[in-house]
Ligand binder design. Structure first.
Ligand code: HIF
Length: 278
């Protein structure tokens, strides 16, 4: 039964503000949930992606890359209970897109229609294997491998990475620590401004290698630094640092594409209606 997605959106917006959580908003972790649900997509085997909401199941639920996302899923559970007709796959992606908009970002094109895999007749091949999400410790070759596998090009990759203007790293989730920007609950091009201007240095600590500013307030992952160190990526990052409108436009298209990965649609090649002979 199709329900009112606008009402669900309103309910998502209403729970975002949470003073005792991180920087006061659930927005960033909802964006990460939408992205990790979608970013398992492999265009060659056409497996993974947001359809199915398979992060509820092993091994995806236990992928180290998804640590902490059980909280995001739990925060959305009351909304699922209130609107039982919506699928988890639609709810998680809608929550990420709604959060971006509510935090000052562009409107992300989003369409309903994802289905949930039924746990009662789940087979091993229904859940993507671990290891499809990017490893933050690696550089540009790895970032390209992972995002090309999803079907993105260099410009889309750099646009997407601007989402790290939001949120922070948690030592009990990824092992990394700190926010990328001074305003982790505002969607903006600040990530690119900081990436391309701050004098980043290695953080002195026992944790995994990450980069920090001189005051050790902001951070960058090795995979973020790859965007600065790769000449093709850097050119695009500098463009986005100068022009927020271009960034918003490109980001909206790329994130909209991300949440569509693996979602079957009527106009997919192969599903095209047969042409009738005239
Ligand atoms: Fe992230 N990302 N991401 N990411 N990410 C983290 C947190 C967030 C990568 C690694 C990490 C994207 C790409 C990549 C968000 C959104 C997006 C964390 C910290 C790590 C390690 C997790 C924690 O400790 O809580 C890597 C290696 C990526 C490829 C370069 C996307 C583009 C930027 C696709 C994207 O949209 C968000 C939002 C967060 C913050 C979550 C929070 O709880 O605050």
């Amino acid at each position: 039964m199709a329900g009112d997605y606008g009402k669900v959106k309103e309910d998502i917006k209403a729970i975002l503000k949470k003073p005792d959580y991180d920087d006061g908003s659930l927005g960033p972790v909802f964006v990460r949930l939408a992205w990790h649900a979608s970013g398992t997509y492999d265009k060659h085997s056409r497996t993974g992606g947001s359809n199915g909401a398979t992060m509820r199941f092993n091994p995806e639920s236990n992928d180290g890359a998804n640590a902490g996302l059980e909280h995001a899923r739990a925060f959305l559970e009351p909304i699922k209970q209130k609107h039982p007709w919506i699928t988890y796959a639609d709810l998680w992606t809608l929550a990420g897109c709604t959060a971006i908009e509510a935090m000052g970002g562009p409107q992300i094109p989003w369409k309903a229609g994802r289905t949930d895999k039924d746990p009662k007749n789940l087979t091993a091949k229904d859940v993507p294997p671990n290891g499809r999400l990017p490893d933050a410790a690696q550089g540009q070759d790895h970032v390209r491998d992972v995002f090309y596998r999803m079907g993105f090009n260099d410009r889309e990759i750099v646009a997407l990475i601007g989402a790290h203007s939001l949120g922070r790293c948690h030592s009990d989730r990824s092992g990394y620590s700190g926010p990328w920007t001074y305003t982790p609950t505002r969607f903006s091009n600040q990530y690119f401004k900081l990436l391309t201007t701050v004098d980043w240095r290695k953080k002195q600590w026992d944790g995994p290698l990450q980069y920090v500013d001189e005051d050790d307030e902001l951070m960058m992952l090795p995979a973020d630094m790859a965007v600065l160190w790769d000449p093709e990526f850097a050119k695009i990052a500098k463009e986005y640092a100068k022009d927020q409108d271009v960034f918003f436009k490109d980001f909206a298209a790329a994130f909209g594409k991300l949440v569509e990965l693996g979602v079957p649609r009527a106009n997919d090649p192969g599903n095209a209606p047969k042409r009738s002979k005239l």
